[in-house]
Design a protein around this ligand. Sequence first.
Ligand SMILES: [Zn+2]
Length: 123
Amino acid sequence: MKKKSKRQLIKKLDILFSKIVREGKGCLRCGKKTNLHCAHIFSRRYMTTRWNLDNAIPLCYACHIFWCHRNPIEFTIFVTKILGEEKLEELRKLSLEKSAYTVQDLEQLLRVLEAHKPEPLCL
Ligand SMILES: [Zn+2]
C-alpha cells in the first residue's frame, strides 16, 4: 500500500515538474514551441535532482532525442553556458547524494511544485 502511494506521488511529481519546465516556453536550443520535452541535465534516475528546476530545460523532441542524447559533450557545453560551472557542479554533487524519500517528503515536494509560479514569458 505504502509503496503504491509512493509510486503514485512520483508519477504526479514527474507530470507536474515536466509541465512547469515546458509551460509557455520554447526549445532552448532551436526555439521551437511544439513537441516540447522536459530534458533533464542530470538523469531522472538521480532522485535528489529529479524535481530540481535547475536540473531540467525545455527542449523540442528533435533536440532532445537527436541532439542532447547523441551529443553528450555538446550538451554539457550548452548547459554549462546556461547554468554556469558553479551551479552545474552543485547540481552534480547533489545528484550523487543518496535519497530516501518518505511519502511525507514526496508530498512536501509536491506542495512546493504546486506553489510554483510560472516565470513570466521572456523573449
Ligand atoms: Zn529544438
